[in-house]
Every structure is written in C-alpha cells, then in structure tokens.
Design a binder for this molecule. Sequence first.
Ligand code: SAH
Ligand code: SF4
Ligand code: F3S
Length: 458
Amino acid sequence: MQSRSMATTNKPKMPKKLFVKTYGCQMNVYDSQRMGDVLSSMDYAMTDQPDDADLVILNTCHIREKAAEKVYSEIGRLRPMAESRKQDGANMMIAVAGCVAQAEGEEMLNRAPAIDLVFGPQSYHRLPELISRVEAGEKNVIETEFPVEDKFDDLAQKSKNRPLPRGTSAFVTVQEGCDKFCSFCVVPFTRGAEFSRPVAQIITEVEQLAALGVREITLLGQNVNAYEDNGTGLAGLLEQLGRIDGIERLRFTTSHPRDMDDQLIAAWADNPKLMPYLHLPVQAGSDRILKAMNRQHTADEYVSLIKKIRHHNRDLALSGDFIVGFPGETEADFEQTLQLVRDVTYAQAYSFKYSMRPGTKAAEMDGQVPEAEKSERLQRLQELLNEQQLQFNESFVGRQFDLLLERPGRFEGQLIGRSPYLQAVHVDGNGHEIGEIVKVAVNNAGKNSLSASIIETA
Ligand code: SAH
Ligand code: SF4
Ligand code: F3S
C-alpha cells in the first residue's frame, strides 16, 4: 500500500470545476444548490461556463415536452466540449439529474451515449459514491431508486463542511412528492409519494441559512400545504421558523386547493413574517375539465375558497397556474376559465398549453386539441392575465412598503428587491446595501416591475 506522503505532492491541489444547469421548478433550484453543497465539500468549485468543467450536471424537468427535449439539445452542445477536453488530456463527466433522469433513466443512455451518469431527484445525496464509480471506469451508471435512507439527513452530513453562499433569499424544500395524480401530470411519477421532512431538521437548516446571512425563506413542496409532521402542519412550521433570529420573511409554494386548511388561512393574520402572497393553482374553470383533470374540486369550490381566504386576509396577492387545451376542452369550457379569471383577479399567473406526457391518464384521452387552437386560447388567456397583472401593479403607485434589497440592478447604484407581494422593485440604492430591509414609496409601475424610492431604513 502506498503511504500517504508518497501519494501527495507538494503542489497545492486545484479544485475541480462544476457546472450545473437547472431546468424546471424551484425545487430543482434547491436540489442544484444542495448538490453544489455536497460537491463543494468534495473540493469542487462552481464555474459558470461548461467549457472547462470537470463535471457538468444537467438538473432536468419533465413537466412538458419542450422542457424534456431541451436536455438532449444541451447534451448535443456539450459533446464536442467533452471531446476537446479529452484531447487536452482532461476529462468532462456529463451527469443528468432531476425529473427527466427519473422518468427516462436507461433510455437516456441509449439515446445520448455521451452521458456518464444518470440519477433521480431522490438519490442525489449519493453523488460522491456515484462519481467515484464513474471515475473507476464503470459505464452507464444509473441511480433512480427511491432510497430507504433519509436523503436530507445524509445531505446534511455530507455538506456540512462548506455550504455554498445563498444570498439574502433562499429556498428550503419541506415537502416532496405528490399523491394527487392530476391526469396530465408527471410529478407523482418523477418525485414519488408525498413526504414531509421533520420539523427539527428544517429548523436546523434554516438556522444555518440565517447564519449565512439569509433573511427570507421560501418553503417549497409539490403540495407544500399538505406538509404534516407529527401533528404540525404548515402554519405551525411557519410559526416556529418565524422565531429564528435573522429570518425576517417567510413564503411558501406551491399549494393545492384541497389542502388549504383554516390554520393556514389564519396564518397571514397570526404570523407577521409571512408575506401576503399565495400561489394557488386552479388549472381550469370548467367543472367537466376539472373532473377529467382529477383536480378533486369544482370551479365554485375554488372561487368560494378564494373568497374565504380574502375575507380573512384582504391584502393578499393571488397567483395561479392554468392549462389550456386539455383533451376535450371546448370553446365553452375555455370561456369558463376566462370567466373564473375575471371573477378571481390575479396579481400574476403562469399559463401553459397542455402537453401530452407519456404514462399519464390524459395522454390516453380522446379529444386532443389541435396545436393552433391551444395557441389561440393561450394568447387570449395571457392577454387577460397580463391586463390584471398591470392593473395590480398600477394600484401600487403612491403606496409604501418594506423592501428586502436582493441584488444589483443593471444601472450604476441601482438595487433590486421583491415587494411583500413578490413584485420586482427597482430603487436607487443611495448607499444602502444588499440584505437590508428598507421602506420605499412606489413611483412607477409596469407589467413586470415597480420602481420606487427609499424613504427610510425600516
Ligand atoms: N404541484 C404544483 C405544480 C406542479 S407543476 C401544483 O399542483 O400546482 C406546475 C404547473 O405545470 C402545474 O400547475 C400545471 O399548470 C403545469 N403542468 C403540469 N403538467 C402539465 C402538462 N402536462 N401540460 C401543461 N402544463 C402542465
Ligand atoms: Fe401534478 Fe397535480 Fe400533483 Fe400538482 S397536484 S404535482 S399538478 S399531480
Ligand atoms: Fe419539472 Fe420535476 Fe419540477 S418535472 S416542474 S422539475 S418537479
């Protein structure tokens, strides 16, 4: 056996370079950061260019066809880079993570042999072992099981040395997976069954983030309001996190209408750190379509729920998700979606053309809507939603609120933050710093952002 002194040289060890590209939802953003934490403890440093990376991870999304296809075109771009690195005597390992990895696994390796490693969203804490296997020459390494050990406990162990910086606002996944099985959606297949992390484990993670300078936490879950740990629901968790020193703002996303309980509805009034914003997707306004989607509620039930939430919290910005052109959707069904949007009025929303996903119930349904019709409906819906968003933003001109300064703007001295209602707000920094919370007055409003002046340090 070689002795330690013989194996090491006097040259300082260069960190390896890691490039991560993230697609899809905020949970993937969180997962990419955690992968970065684990790899940082293994002496990998982040790079923002793939060319000279020793390891490239594509953290992928399977939600719509376009999202999934992006991965293959990215691999097409990476292949020549990997080959030219080989010619220089170096190496570039290409790994595919996330929901496409989970859904397509082996198929990916057949379709794109340049891939060295495939692993799903439930196994990325095993990255150190997986990388060693590839380095030892093993081909076609795949890890898409749902492991028995606690991913988050294991991650905490493996990444405690050197967590990556997080800025002033950070995501924390508290709930994963989905048991709802909406007929169009791949998430229950790619992320597995609903699971909530223990309260104590989340508190430890948030305390660590606070020590890194984070002031705002967004709790994430595919159905975050289904969070439950030994009788503590999401409202209880938010209350405990609000007591952590340094944490000034709390948010959560995404919620399902079926899991909106009274404690959570009361949370905005009870918890001063909880920001007045709720993302509550409805997808469609026609009961026939909602039933075919397996959303498990009617349009009226959703609208009544919104009324109840607003009755308790008058100052709440509402956001949603919509799908147009679900199989069997007629013009009359679509009109009901428009009507629901008019009845509810959103501060902002996301809308998508239905995309047929392999393995889902909706993919087998009759009445697939032609592409041109989907595009036309999407345009009409987005016009209405954009109008509502602009109106919402314009209603803020002259108003004041606290702003968390998050990052530099494009112009000298400019800073950008988010309002309590999640609008992007531009201010002239005037000597104030990122991470500060300041009081601002809004001067101007556009569809995508507000501009404001700092009036005092909050
Ligand atoms: N768990 C969340 C979000 C899941 S995915 C929820 O239930 O609200 C985010 C959004 O993508 C969904 O709300 C839906 O609007 C959209 N989406 C999911 N599957 C889709 C599909 N097959 N085609 C088009 N949009 C889809
Ligand atoms: Fe998908 Fe529905 Fe689950 Fe949301 S609730 S993740 S849309 S199956
Ligand atoms: Fe996409 Fe997976 Fe998120 S499919 S939306 S990355 S849960």
